[in-house]
Design a binder for this molecule. Structure first.
Ligand code: CMP
Length: 489
């Protein structure tokens, strides 16, 4: 990452040399003027005639005042440096520029007034200021903006809505950057293109200011989209993991990935993430987009761009329903209870099966509901939950190739438990008619099923308060299944 160097400033030694040169020049000028004062006065009297206006004394007084004023200014600068530059720094406090400026103005004004009263003892300054209405108006108009900025600067310092180092966005123009200085006149921000923007304090006081404090966990939103065919659960997982690892993404709060909108040709998402250093949000946003691109590549996800997709239906309804039929046959033949079935019978089951996809946390079947089908987990995982003392308790976790929902299907009783998807899960639903056909040709299947069901019932009985009678042995289950399916006993 390129680090932008701030504009170079005169070094301390240069500043000191300049200061010493200016002080020497001022002292020399004062010394010379004071030494040659009588000669200057004589020269002025000679040049200005008998009734000069202003008098040579006044002119000499003004020149002296200017020279003393310059010296006083240099003195105040030196004091300012000693006090704030050294003393404050020893205590590791960085005095705000505005405080330094106020100190300079007040100290300089005091010195100037002392010099003025000393040089012009006949003039009453108080009266001069209070009686001169025109002077007041001129001064008021001239200082209108300056004083406005000054007082707005004081209120900014008092309120401290932001500090040096914070990122702020000011006003309708949306000037955005890192605060570098708050002076008596303006707020100085460095934009993300390394430009310096000065915003007059009085303007800043009128405008809305968005502040992202340096010590705060500031968040950002990065937008992206996918095709409608890409699964939200997978997308959210993949992007969250990709973003979590990126540099400058805070580890304190995990990133949030969520669907923002269903657009014409895309599912729109946003990633909300929190930054360690908000001033680097441009780089971090870009890094996150890059990580998303690569994560998409690896996970086989697709960005959407404006498209119109024309779907032409050519397949038969059955072919459409089972899609990749080979995979379904393979899955069903791996289910232990269907192992005894012939290839044709498994194929028939696969054709009858209907695929459903569930998001993580979605309920596949609910306890107490009627049910006339069973399910095989094709992809993903589910948990079986029963109600214990009013709270859900997981009694089993079923993985790919496991089946559930057989109890209601084979006995006609209501569902005995909730089955909830633990992750994005695809299940194959097999109905009563298909199972009856299988039982007709494979009566032995009923027996192995009755064993599994008896075991599961025992599991339920052990864990629930609303117990299912434990007397349900595999023998009695076998005969009730046979009765339910109209098979010979
Ligand atoms: P059914 O009663 O139709 O609906 C809930 C399903 O949860 C139930 O069928 C079983 O398939 C399943 N189930 C209930 N108890 C257990 C268990 N102990 N282990 C595994 N699966 C179970």
């Amino acid at each position: 990452m390129i680090k932008l160097a701030p504009v170079s400033r005169p070094r301390f030694t240069n500043k000191l040399a300049l200061f010493l040169a200016a002080t020497t020049a001022a002292l020399l000028a004062i010394y010379l003027f004071w030494s040659f004062e009588s000669s200057v006065r004589a020269l002025l009297e000679q040049r200005m005639g008998a009734d000069p206006s202003p008098s040579p004394d006044t002119i000499i007084g003004i020149v002296k005042l200017i020279l003393i004023g310059i010296l006083a200014y240099l003195f105040v600068r030196a004091l300012n440096f000693l006090f704030f530059g050294l003393a404050f720094r020893l205590k590791r406090i960085d005095a705000p520029t505005l405080i330094r400026n106020i100190f300079t103005i007040v100290a300089f004004t005091i010195l100037f007034l002392i010099a003025f009263t000393f040089l012009f003892p006949g003039i009453n300054l108080g009266a001069l200021f209070t009686t001169s209405a025109i002077f007041g108006v001129i001064l008021g108009l001239a200082l209108q903006d300056t004083l406005g900025n000054f007082f707005a600067g004081i209120s900014l310092q008092a309120d401290r809505p932001f500090q040096v180092g914070d990122v702020i966005t000011v006003g309708a123009e949306r000037h955005q950057g890192v605060v570098e200085e708050i002076s008596w006149r303006a707020i100085k921000i460095r934009t993300f293109t390394n430009h310096v923007v000065l915003i007059a304090n009085s303007n800043a006081a009128r405008e809305p200011i968005e502040v992202c404090p340096r010590e705060n966990l500031n968040a950002r939103l990065v937008l992206f989209n996918t095709l409608y065919s890409d699964s939200p659960a997978k997308t959210i997982h993949v992007v969250r993991e990709a973003v979590r690892e990126a540099e400058n993404v805070s580890t304190k709060v995990p990133p949030i990935v969520r669907i923002r909108n269903f657009s014409d040709s895309s599912v729109d998402y946003e990633v909300k993430y929190w930054l360690e250093d908000y001033a680097k949000f441009n780089d971090t946003d870009a890094l996150i987009r890059q990580r998303i691109w690569y994560a998409f590549r690896r996970a086989g996800l697709n960005f959407a761009y404006p498209t119109r997709t024309l779907f032409v239906e050519r397949r038969s309804a059955a072919a459409h329903r089972d899609g990749d039929g080979g995979a379904l046959v393979e899955r069903l033949s791996a289910v232990d209870i269907f192992a005894p079935l012939s290839v044709e019978e498994t194929g028939m089951l696969a054709q009858a099966a209907v695929r459903h996809v569930f998001a993580p946390g979605e309920v596949v079947i609910r306890a107490g509901d009627p049910g006339s089908s069973m399910f095989v987990v094709h992809n993903g995982r589910v948990k079986v939950q029963v109600n214990e003392n009013g709270r859900p308790r997981t009694v089993a976790t079923l993985n790919e190739g496991d089946f559930f929902g057989e109890m209601a299907l084979f006995t006609g009783e209501p569902r005995t438990a909730n089955v909830v998807a633990l992750e994005e899960t695809e299940v194959l639903e097999i109905g009563f008619a298909a199972m009856k056909r299988v039982f007709d040709t494979n009566p032995d299947l009923v027996e192995s099923l009755s064993f599994i069901m008896a075991e599961r019932r025992q599991g339920l009985t052990a864990q629930t308060d609303s117990s299912t009678p434990s007397s349900d042995s595999s023998g009695s289950l076998l005969s009730s299944i046979k009765r339910f399916f109209g098979l010979s006993q």
